[in-house]
Design a protein around this ligand. Structure first.
Ligand code: SAM
Length: 338
C-alpha cells in the first residue's frame, strides 16, 4: 500500500529527499500524517504556572511539562478541543503554539527594557511570547500589512495583557529605511510556503505549492530580511525563521544578506535543546551558500515539533554607542489607528 505521504506533491517529496538526511527522512515523512501533540505556553502576564496547572487539573486535561522551557506543556491531541475552548485559552492565560515557534522566540531571547521589532507579526504567537519574556517592559513594534490579520493581532495582544506593543499596518520591507539602527532585537518569522505545516488531512495547504511560488516568496523574503537587518542597531540580533524546508526560502535568503553586508552581518552559533535537527545547508541544486550557514538550524518535524528553519543574525557592533544614539533619535513608524 502507498504511504499516506505520497498524497503530497511529487516534486515536493523529491526535493525533500535531497534536503533531509537519509536516516531522518522516514520520521519526517511520517510527521505529514501522524497526529501531533499540542503545545501551549503559560502567559505570565495573565497567570502563574501553578495557577494554570491547577486549573488544567480541575478541567481534567493532563499536561506534560517541556523540560527546556518553563511554563510550556504538551497535551495529547485528543484534548485539543477541551484545551482550545478552555477558559484559560479564552482569557489569554495560555497560548497554544508549536514547540518550534516557542523555541525560536527563546533563541531571540528578548530582554525587559529593550527595543524590539516583530516584522511579520500576525496572528501574534511570537509577539505575545516576546512581550512576556520582556515582562511588559520596553518597546515592542509589531508590523503586519494585511488589515484583517492586523485586527486579529491587536485582539490577541490585548487578550494576552500586552501593554508595550505598538501596531503598524504596513509592508515590513519599508521599515528598515524608515527607522535604521533602531532596534535591539528583531523577529522575522517570514511569510513562506508553509511546507512544514503540510499535513495529509489538509490538502488545501499545498494546493498552490510549486517551485515558481517558492521563487516568488523568496523575492519578498529578501526584501524583508534586508529591512529587518537595516532596522537593527550595531550589536543587535535578528532571528530569521520560516516553517519551510525549501533552501530558496531559508539558506538562500540568509546567504543573500551575508553577501550584501559582508562587514556588518554575521551568524551566531547557538545550541538548541532538541535532538532531531540538521545544520543549515551549504549547497543545494548546484548552488553553494556561505559556510556560516552551518550555524543555522533546521528543526526536523516529529510527533512533538513542527519543522522550522532558524538563523540568528547579528549586526556586528562597530560602535555600540552610535547604535544606541540612533535608537533614541530615529523617527518612529506611524502608529496604526483602528
Ligand atoms: N510571527 C507570527 C506568529 O508567530 O504568530 C506568524 C507570522 S506568519 C508566518 C507571516 C506573516 O507575515 C503573515 O501574517 C503575513 O500576512 C505577513 N506578511 C506578508 N507579507 C508581509 C510583508 N510584506 N511585510 C510584513 N509582513 C508580511
Amino acid at each position: 500500500m502507498r504511504p499516506p505521504s505520497d498524497r503530497l506533491p511529487h516534486d515536493f517529496l523529491e526535493r525533500l529527499r535531497r534536503i533531509v538526511p537519509g536516516d531522518q527522512i522516514e520520521q519526517v515523512l511520517a510527521s505529514f500524517h501522524e497526529p501531533k501533540m499540542l503545545a501551549f505556553r503559560v502567559n505570565p502576564l495573565r497567570t502563574s504556572i501553578d495557577e494554570a496547572s491547577a486549573e488544567l487539573q480541575r478541567q481534567g486535561i493532563p499536561a506534560e511539562p517541556v523540560a527546556w522551557s518553563a511554563g510550556t506543556f504538551l497535551v495529547d491531541p485528543e484534548y485539543r478541543a477541551a484545551l482550545t475552548h478552555s477558559s484559560l485559552c479564552e482569557s489569554g492565560a495560555i497560548y497554544v503554539q508549536g514547540l518550534s515557534s516557542i523555541l525560536a522566540t527563546q533563541v531571540l531571547d528578548p530582554q525587559p527594557g529593550e527595543q524590539v521589532l516583530d516584522l511579520a507579526a500576525a496572528p501574534g504567537g511570537k509577539a505575545t511570547h516576546i512581550a512576556a519574556l520582556m515582562k511588559n517592559q520596553g518597546w515592542l513594534s509589531v508590523v503586519e500589512p494585511i488589515r484583517a490579520r492586523m485586527y486579529t493581532l491587536a485582539e490577541i495582544l490585548n487578550r494576552a495583557g500586552v501593554t508595550i506593543a505598538h501596531t503598524y499596518l504596513m509592508d515590513g520591507r519599508r521599515v528598515g529605511r524608515k527607522v535604521p539602527g533602531r532596534f535591539d532585537r528583531v523577529m522575522l518569522d517570514a511569510p513562506c510556503s508553509g511546507e512544514a505545516r503540510f499535513h495529509t488531512s489538509r490538502p488545501d495547504a499545498w494546493k498552490f505549492w510549486s517551485e515558481r511560488k517558492l521563487r516568488e516568496q523568496s523575492r519578498k523574503q529578501i526584501g524583508l530580511i534586508r529591512s529587518a537587518f537595516q532596522s537593527l542597531r550595531p550589536g543587535g540580533r535578528m532571528l530569521y525563521g520560516t516553517c519551510s524546508f525549501a533552501p530558496e526560502e531559508n539558506e538562500a535568503i540568509v546567504d543573500h544578506l551575508l553577501a550584501s553586508f559582508p562587514k556588518d552581518a554575521d551568524l551566531e552559533s547557538v545550541s538548541l535543546p532538541v535532538d532531531h535537527w540538521q545544520q543549515g545547508l551549504t549547497c543545494f541544486h548546484g548552488r553553494t551558500f556561505d559556510e556560516r550557514l552551518k550555524h543555522a538550524w533546521r528543526i526536523l518535524p516529529n510527533s512533538r515539533h513542527d519543522g522550522y528553519f532558524l538563523a540568528l543574525v547579528t549586526q556586528r557592533a562597530i560602535d555600540p554607542a552610535v547604535g544606541r544614539r540612533n535608537t533614541m533619535n530615529s523617527p518612529d513608524l506611524l502608529p496604526h489607528r483602528q
